[in-house]
Structure formats: structure tokens, C-alpha cells
Design a protein around this ligand. Structure first.
Ligand code: NAP
Length: 283
């Protein structure tokens, strides 16, 4: 049996569709601000593997609420990893490109030095470090620009704004790989299963959609796919100030995931088409 932390988030929702027999713990059953409770759930439920799909994902909010973000993103996954190590079971944990500073134009390798630009990235990095330090059979999957038919994300915001306006200004100088939550869920399950039989595959991996694009180009692709005639004007990040600074370069080198697990970068255009189909079914 696989135990999943998270029930309502983008990735957790896709995991629910994929794993009908798994146990999913939402905030009401396992609040990640109580890391010891999370560990206790693992030890008492005795699963075969654990996937952590819950996180404090409010990037701007974390700037003013770093203590809570540190508990949820740092301490909780650390305690989960410790409990998994005690039971000798795999722990799959999702992290982010925000652990890097976004400098340069080269894709970040998994061993590139980390240097988060803000509170969210710092707390996610603390979680990574905690998980690695526990020394169990872990997989840390760093991903980026997550989108799905559920929850709040760039695709859904663009679909709403694109149907209301003739023209939008979108940041054109941040480049990354949009990644469908469904593809992340598939990767997490594959890794959890493989780690059960191949613990030496434990480690830190990158997984982002291909090809890398700017937010502005991603918006254009969304409008084209949805038949919306909204024009997009590129603007620099400096013209769209936010409480937390975003990395300019979110490109990630994903080849070690392919070499070790045979998991390739997912094409985000296919993921986008799936999301639009899912949204059509629900409206
Ligand atoms: N979204 C992105 O663009 C992005 C980019 C890179 C990496 N990631 C990483 O990918 C993973 C999945 O992200 P996502 O986009 O699926 O997230 P999401 O849609 O924002 O969902 C986050 C989930 O975490 C839960 N959660 C938050 N605080 C909690 C707490 N104190 N106790 C229990 N549950 C709590 C939320 O529950 P409620 O519904 O109750 O609030 C929600 O189910 C995360 O590790 C995230 O850091 C995301």
C-alpha cells in the first residue's frame, strides 16, 4: 500500500486517479505543521512506500510566513523521511527549481550548487537537506511550473484572463519547463515502485516539461490551443514586481532521471491538450 500526504493539490489529485487503492491524508488528517504527527501516521499505517505531494506552495505568502513554510516544507518532510528510513521503505518527495538562483542560461544539473532567492525556495531546500540527511531510500524530484485541470495555476489563470481581455502583458524573460501534474504523479509512482526493488536508485532528480519556454510563449501556446484570440506582449520581470523574486533561468537538466528510471521529459504541449480536454468535460 502506498501512503500519500496531500489530497486536494494538483499532484495529489492526479495521484488519486492513478492510485485508487492508496491512502491519502489531507490537511484534516495530517497537518504538516505537526511534523511528528506525520511521522506517527507513517509508523502506524506501515505502508510499502510514501509519496509527499503536500507543501506550502504560496511563493509570495512565504516571504511573510516563513516559519509556517519552514515547518511544512522543511521539518515535515524530514520527519517523514526519518519514519520511512526506520521502516526501510521508499520516500518520494517533490521539490522545486526555486532551490536555484536562476543565474545563466544553462540547464541546472542535479548537483549544481543551490542558492534560493526567497523564503519558499529556502524552506524547500531545508526539506531536501533534511530528507537527504536521514539516509533512507529517498527520491527527491525537483520539478517546475506545475499545471493541471485542478487548483490554481498559470494555465487556468490564462484561460480565464484570455477569455476576458484582448491583450495581456506577460513576463518574457523567465524561462522554464511547464510540467503537467499528471506527468509528475506518474513519475512519483514509478519511482516509488522502482525504489522498493532497487534502493540504490535513491537520490535527487530533475523532471520538467519540454521544450523550455518563457511565460509569454507559454501563454501564447495556451491561447492557440484554446482558440482564444488574446494578444501577448512580452514584458521584463522588472515590470511585474512580486514580493518573492523568481529565478530567470528555471531550465533543468533531467537526463539522470532518464538514465536511472527511464523517465523522459514530458512534452508540455501534450499535457496542455489533456488539461483542456479535462476542463471541457467538467464545464
Ligand atoms: N505549483 C508549482 O508550480 C510547483 C513548482 C515546482 C514544485 N512544486 C512542488 O510540487 C509539489 C506539489 O505541488 P502542487 O502544485 O500539487 O501544490 P498545490 O496544488 O498548491 O497543493 C498543495 C497541497 O499541500 C497541502 N497543504 C498545504 N499546507 C498543508 C499543511 N499544513 N498540512 C497538510 N497539507 C497541506 C494543500 O492542502 P489544502 O488543499 O488543504 O490547502 C494542498 O493539497 C509541492 O512539493 C510543490 O512544492 C510545485
Amino acid at each position: 500500500m502506498i501512503l500519500v500526504f496531500g489530497k486536494t493539490g494538483q499532484v495529489a489529485t492526479e495521484l488519486r486517479a492513478l492510485l485508487p487503492d492508496a491512502i491519502f491524508l489531507g490537511r484534516d488528517e495530517a497537518d504538516l505543521t505537526d511534523p511528528n504527527l506525520c511521522a506517527h501516521k507513517i509508523v502506524t499505517l506501515k505502508p510499502d512506500a510514501v509519496i509527499n505531494a503536500a507543501a506550502y506552495t504560496g511563493v509570495d505568502k512565504a516571504e511573510e510566513d516563513e516559519d509556517t513554510a519552514a515547518l511544512v516544507n522543511g521539518k515535515a518532510p524530514t520527519e517523514m523521511a526519518k519514519a520511512c528510513a526506520t521502516l526501510g521503505i521508499p520516500f518520494v518527495h517533490i521539490s522545486t527549481d526555486y532551490v536555484f538562483d536562476g543565474a545563466g542560461e544553462t540547464p541546472f544539473s542535479t548537483d549544481h550548487p543551490t542558492a534560493p532567492l526567497g523564503a519558499y525556495g529556502r524552506t524547500k531546500l531545508a526539506g531536501e537537506d533534511g530528507v537527504r540527511a536521514e539516509g533512507g531510500t529517498f527520491a527527491i524530484l525537483r520539478t517546475s511550473w506545475v499545471f493541471s485541470a485542478h487548483g490554481n495555476n498559470f494555465v487556468k489563470t490564462m484561460l480565464r484572463l484570455g477569455s476576458e481581455r484582448d491583450k495581456l502583458t506577460i513576463v518574457g524573460d523567465q524561462i522554464g519547463g511547464p510540467t503537467s501534474a499528471r506527468a509528475i504523479a506518474n513519475a512519483c509512482v514509478e519511482m516509488a515502485r522502482r525504489l522498493q526493488v532497487e534502493p540504490k536508485a535513491a537520490g535527487t532528480y530533475h523532471f520538467s516539461g519540454t521544450p523550455d519556454v518563457s511565460w509569454a510563449d507559454f501563454a501564447r501556446a495556451i491561447f492557440a490551443e484554446a482558440d482564444l484570440t488574446c494578444a501577448v506582449e512580452d514584458i521584463p520581470s522588472s515590470a511585474y514586481p512580486t514580493p518573492a523574486k523568481r529565478p530567470s533561468n528555471s531550465r533543468m537538466d533531467c537526463h539522470t532521471l532518464d538514465v536511472t528510471f527511464g523517465i523522459n521529459r514530458p512534452n508540455w504541449k501534450a499535457g496542455l491538450a489533456d488539461v483542456l480536454t479535462d476542463l471541457e468535460k467538467t464545464t
